[in-house]
Design a protein around this ligand. Sequence first.
Ligand SMILES: *Cc1c(COP(=O)(O)O)cnc(C)c1O
Ligand SMILES: [Zn+2]
Length: 409
Amino acid sequence: MKNVLCAKCVRCGREYPATPDTTVCECGGILDICYDYEYIRSHVSREYYARCDEIGMWRYRAFLPVEESTPAPPLRVGASPLYEAPRLASQLSISRLWIKDDGLNPTASLKDRASSLAVAKAMEAGADTIACSSTGNAASSLAGNAAAAGMRTFIFVPSRAPIGKVAQLRIFGATVISVEGSYEDAFRLSAEAIDRYGWYNRNAAINPYLMEGKKTVSFEIAEQLGWNVPDYVAVSVGDGCTIAGVWKGFQDLHAAGLIDRLPRLLSVQAAGCYPINRAARSGAPWEPMPEDTIADSIAVGVPRNPDKAIRAIQNSHGLTIEVTDDEILDAMRLLGRTCGVFGEPAGVTALAGLVKASQNALLPDNASVAVIVTGNGLKDTANGIRAAGEPIHLPPDMTLLEEALKDVM
Ligand SMILES: *Cc1c(COP(=O)(O)O)cnc(C)c1O
Ligand SMILES: [Zn+2]
């Protein structure tokens, strides 16, 4: 990889060659992939992208840690729309607001960006089987992207994973182990099994390449804004890999001279589970928390990628906000009704955080904000109905209809 220098430990600074199956440092620290930005600069520019006709995240291959000869996996990941939302912006007293709908990825979450990269690295490692543990979306995206590339998957999910996500897993042919217990329990069992059977490991905590796939969401936001950057980017946070990736993406573009400033991060967690926000605010080491929220994708009491996430929030001079389940359900309705976008609970948590930030006047009046919707609401229709209510139930009778509609019109 001519664009990659090494994999460097975020804790002790030790450097390793970036091999396809690189995992963690000897000290237990997570590795960060370091790039040769001189090399990248000599290959891409705004002019290059104006002419580039590749669609999706592999358009940004110059910034991705893969061999030049490695083919892009088959599913089309990325190229998700960035909608400007002027009515919602004025409701929230924000000068400009954009919604990045990453629920429109092939398996309906931002996790596809990480899984596409994981499949490419598994191909480089010569693996034919990949495994991971996940709150649901990492699993379904791995299963889908691996299926398209002809690979087998073994997936560990906590038993609370919504049925929509489990259905995806089964349809994509994964062997699914639904673990009685928390995400932490599922993670531990998967780690043991990966050791035992030698599968390629797509656990976000261990695999330093996943974040490198997730960062492509920032490349898209910047390019969709004409290589401009919003003042804030709001992200929902569980393990912390997504927000760390978002930050890395903007840093990469800055280092390569494609953008001339960096955004601040708005890190949003559930009020029932916010170990990363708590540590980012206090500066003290993070501590585990219970996992008490309907936003299953971010119910992560023992985050696996806290170091990079906390550093990203702090380095960006970011804000940390927690939202209750009711505020998350409100945001599901609000997003659907003002933008026509259906997000799952964790998918709209960033928006719920922005609503709260605006209510508490935490942002300057002229702020511009991009909100990332990280997962599609069709994965979790039970919470959709909980957020928006039942339809009008009626026998087929016009008089009854007229009566019922009086209340609505
Ligand atoms: C995984 C996920 C997140 C959070 O990403 P982390 O890397 O765990 O912080 C947010 N929203 C959705 C829908 C997710 O699936
Ligand atoms: Zn180390």
